[in-house]
Structure formats: C-alpha cells, structure tokens
Design a protein around this ligand. Structure first.
Ligand code: B12
Ligand code: SF4
Ligand code: SF4
Length: 263
C-alpha cells in the first residue's frame, strides 16, 4: 500500500470489480458522502475512510407484467451483488491489509421508529453513488447513471483505505420528460424532490407489513369458516411468499420507464 499511489489502488480495485461482472465502480471519501437523514458512517464503522460503490444494470425482467418475473430479476441482482460484496471485501483486506465492510443493498433494514419505520437504510446507496460520481438525482428521485440510466442498483462497501472521491457527474442527466411522474400509479412523485413513501409502498409492495397487519387483524376477528377461506385466498399466499423471500416489488415504473440510457 505504502508504495502504491491512490490512483493505482483505485485502478486495481476497479479492475477486480469489473472482472467479476460489475457494470461500473466509483469511489468516495466518507466526508463527501452527505445524506442528512442517514446514520453517520462513523456510527457504523469508525475506521471507515472511503466507500466503493458498485453499479449493476437491472435485467429486462423489470419490464414484465408478471410480478414473479420482474422480482426474479431483482433477486438475481441482489444475490450476485452480495456475492461480489463478499469477494471484494476479502480482496481489499488481503491485498491492501485494510478493513472492509459490506452494507445492505435494501435489507436487512431497521424498521423501527428511529429509522423512519423502515424508510432509512444504514447507508444511503443513492447518496453514496452521487458522491462516487456514479450519476445524479432525476425527477424520479433515483440516481441516473450517465450511460446505464436509472435502471441500476447500487451496492456500497466501506473501507479504511484513504481513497479520494471520483469526480461528480455535473451534467444534468434528467431530461424532465415527466414520464416517471405521469406513470406512477400512486401519484407518489407529484411533489418534486420527494417520494411519498406511503403512497409508493401501497403500490410497490402491496404484500408488505401493512398488508400483513391488516390480514392478521381481519383473521383474528373472523369466524372459523371465514378463516379457512382466508388461508386459500391469493392475498394470503402472496403474503406467505413475501414473508420468506423478502420484499416483493410489484411496481418498477419510475425506474424502468425512464428513457435515459435505454437503447
Ligand atoms: C427504504 C427504501 C425505499 C422505500 C422508501 C424510499 C425513501 N424514502 O428513500 C420505498 C419502499 C418507498 C422505496 C421505493 C423504491 N425503491 Co428503494 N430503497 C430504500 C432503501 C433500502 C433505503 C433508502 C433510504 O435510506 N432513504 C432515506 C434517505 C437517504 O432518503 P432521503 O434523504 O429522504 O432522500 C429522498 C429525497 O430527499 C430525494 N433526494 C435526496 N437528495 C436529493 C437531491 C436531489 C437533487 C433530488 C431531486 C432528490 C433528492 O431522494 C430520496 C427519495 O425520497 C434503498 C437502499 C439503500 N440502502 O439506500 C433502496 C433504493 C433507494 N431503492 C431503489 C429502488 C430501485 C426503488 C424502487 C424503484 C422500487 C423497486 N421496484 O425497486 C422505488 C422507487 C421510489 C422512488 N422513486 O423514490 C434503489 C434505487 C436505485 C437508483 N437507481 O437510484 C435503492 C438505492 C436500492 C439499491 N441498492 O440500489 N425504497
Ligand atoms: S415504484 Fe411505482 S409506486 Fe413507487 S414511486 Fe415508483 S412508480 Fe410510483
Ligand atoms: S423519466 Fe424523464 S423526468 Fe423522470 S427521471 Fe427519467 S428523464 Fe427525468
């Protein structure tokens, strides 16, 4: 490490990540990561000095009207990304004798009050991607990558290595076409710069915690014959799957309809 310049270290890390099949890689110092609503990086990993942001292009599955098909694509990315996280963390620790930690892509997620009832992750991938020059915010409140567009998922690795940030993307990538706003089935993007979380959740995760609570409330108050019917209902079968697979997204509109980066 002593004899290698920061640029050489960054190149080695980038080559390793691209070699695994990651689409793009960026770097940011912990101090350039500015996400006012998220916990401080220091509270998660005091020795962290920089972050490596890995960008993955979502499969075309997200265009499928079948929720099984669209979610299968997301599960593939998440599984692949977690494996890359592990490999890259081990590479960093062995090659540069530093410490490295992977962070959750979406979950586990603290769903307590302090974390906005499950709306604030330990590390904000979008703010990390912004700081690492992987793109900037669009009207959809997502990060648009300069060549891959908005259909990208980010993973963040924290490390004790002192690595400078990559240059930010200064060009405004959003063309303000409003396709995302007009096609949001919940009207969750009507107010600029803010996603109405409850509205989005109702459409994007119809089998999430709120649906689970109302199912069990109704179940408790129902007579045995009605309870039997409730267990055979599609609603329960979807809730059951979400409970062991994890969050199941049923809407990708603001993400997959954005024209930037699409051929
Ligand atoms: C919780 C969560 C949600 C919640 C709540 C969202 C929220 N309030 O942030 C719900 C369920 C609603 C949700 C929905 C979606 N999510 Co989500 N979600 C997360 C998660 C786990 C945490 C987000 C977080 O910490 N937010 C809290 C803080 C950081 O946000 P904030 O300060 O309030 O900032 C908000 C606004 O102020 C605005 N904003 C902030 N700064 C700026 C600056 C400018 C200039 C502008 C215009 C806006 C803006 O953007 C934010 C959106 O509300 C992240 C993964 C992660 N760990 O980051 C994925 C993540 C944000 N989700 C993602 C995706 C793709 C989605 C969905 C498309 C669902 C789907 N089918 O996949 C929708 C899109 C909704 C949308 N258009 O905003 C991706 C985004 C990728 C990208 N290209 O940017 C992430 C990063 C997952 C990942 N690992 O890649 N999500
Ligand atoms: S995921 Fe769907 S419901 Fe949520 S903001 Fe995007 S378009 Fe709207
Ligand atoms: S769909 Fe249009 S308005 Fe929405 S983020 Fe993409 S370019 Fe911007």
């Amino acid at each position: 490490m002593e004899t290698r310049s920061a640029d050489e270290v960054k190149k080695k890390i980038k080559d390793f990540a691209l070699g695994m099949g990651v689409d793009d890689v960026g770097f940011a110092t912990v101090s350039d990561y500015q996400s006012p609503r998220s916990p401080s990086i220091e509270s998660l990993f005091p020795a962290a000095r920089s972050m490596v942001v890995l960008t993955y292009k979502e499969l075309s599955n997200c265009e499928s009207p079948s929720p099984q098909m669209s979610m299968a694509g997301r599960l593939d990315i998440m599984e692949f990304a977690r494996s890359c996280n592990y490999k890259l963390c081990r590479f960093l620790e062995k090659e540069f004798r530093c410490t490295a930690m992977s962070t959750p892509l979406s979950y586990p997620l603290d769903m307590g009050k302090k974390a906005g009832n499950g709306t604030i992750g330990d590390v904000s991938c979008r703010h990390a991607a912004l700081a690492a020059g992987q793109g900037n915010f669009g009207r959809n409140n997502l990060i648009i990558h300069p060549t891959l567009g908005a259909r990208v998922i980010f993973a963040v690795i924290l490390t004790s290595l002192e690595l400078p940030s990559d240059p930010p993307v200064t060009e405004d990538l959003c063309i303000q076409c409003n396709i995302c706003v007009e096609n949001c089935p919940a009207g969750a993007l009507d107010e600029e710069g803010k996603t109405d979380v409850l509205k989005c959740l109702g459409k994007s995760q119809p089998y999430g915690i709120m649906a689970s609570i109302s199912f069990w409330r109704k179940f408790i108050d129902s007579p045995p014959e009605e309870q039997k019917k409730m267990f055979r209902d599609e609603n329960y079968l979807r809730l059951y799957q979400s409970a062991f697979i994890g969050f199941q997204y049923h809407c990708f509109n603001c993400y997959m309809l954005c024209p930037i980066g699409q051929d």
